[in-house]
Design a protein around this ligand. Structure first.
Ligand SMILES: [Zn+2]
Length: 239
């Protein structure tokens, strides 16, 4: 019986270093380029280093393109703390946080300001998140009601939650469940609507093929332009 060498933890290809995460459940090698430039390979257990390198080499132009895109965006925005003076985007407009004494609600928009009850103190951030989530829920429920008949889709479940830093929406066409990131509500309404139509269309077409885009374009002729805009500030997460 031979001693197997321990699996590698990183792989360097040309000038790029990938950290390797092994997974017993994976079947294919996945590559992730993170916003901060970190490169991650998700690999099925026991894939040889030679095979990993071959996969990476094939995808190298894409990896470099992603890295260049992220670099052009500049450093990721600092997360907001929910303190006075910070700007908060909501449906494409910015509101300056102001602490207020007994506003009508703990968090509420007034003119161009986001009023936050001073008494919340250390809980202000959580209250602002809860406010965003409630607004997102209401807007997205309404958008789904508006667009589902146009797309000819009937989702069984609509979820609004945190989808991490890489996705605005996700669709499970087998369970007819569509999920949306609550932070979408920071984007202009036409971009939120685009994500809603996009995910609803996935209920019919799981992949991004021609039939999928036909379906989206039928409902939203300028969908490609909206997609481009969303991608251009796709990392505009607020909190
Ligand atoms: Zn999609």
């Amino acid at each position: 019986m031979s001693l197997r060498r321990p699996p590698i933890e990183s792989l360097t290809v040309d000038d790029l270093c990938f950290s390797v995460r092994w997974s017993a459940r994976r079947r294919t090698v996945g590559i992730t380029v993170k916003r901060d430039g970190e490169l991650v390979l998700a690999a099925p257990s026991r894939t040889s280093a030679r095979r990993l390198e071959a996969v990476v080499r094939e995808k190298l132009p894409w990896v470099r393109r992603k890295l260049a895109e992220f670099e052009a965006l500049g450093p990721p925005p600092e997360p907001r703390q929910a303190v006075a003076g910070e700007l908060f985007p909501y449906l494409g407009r910015e509101y300056r946080l102001e602490l207020a004494d007994r506003p009508p609600q703990p968090v509420v928009i007034s003119g161009d300001r986001l009023l936050v009850d001073r008494a919340l103190d250390g809980d202000a951030r959580a209250a602002v998140v809860a406010w965003y989530q409630a607004k997102a829920r209401a807007y997205i429920d309404d958008a789904v009601a508006r667009f589902a008949p146009l797309v000819g889709a009937a989702p069984a479940t609509v979820v609004v939650r945190d989808l991490g830093k890489r996705r605005w929406g996700v669709c499970d066409h087998r369970t007819l469940k569509v999920s949306f990131h609550w932070q979408l509500i920071a984007q202009p309404p036409e971009l939120v609507d685009y994500v809603v139509v996009h995910e609803l269309a996935h209920l019919h077409e799981p992949n991004h093929g021609a039939a999928f885009w036909r379906r989206v374009e039928d409902v939203m002729p300028d969908c490609k332009e909206r997609r481009r805009r969303l991608r251009a500030h796709g990392d505009a997460f607020v909190l």
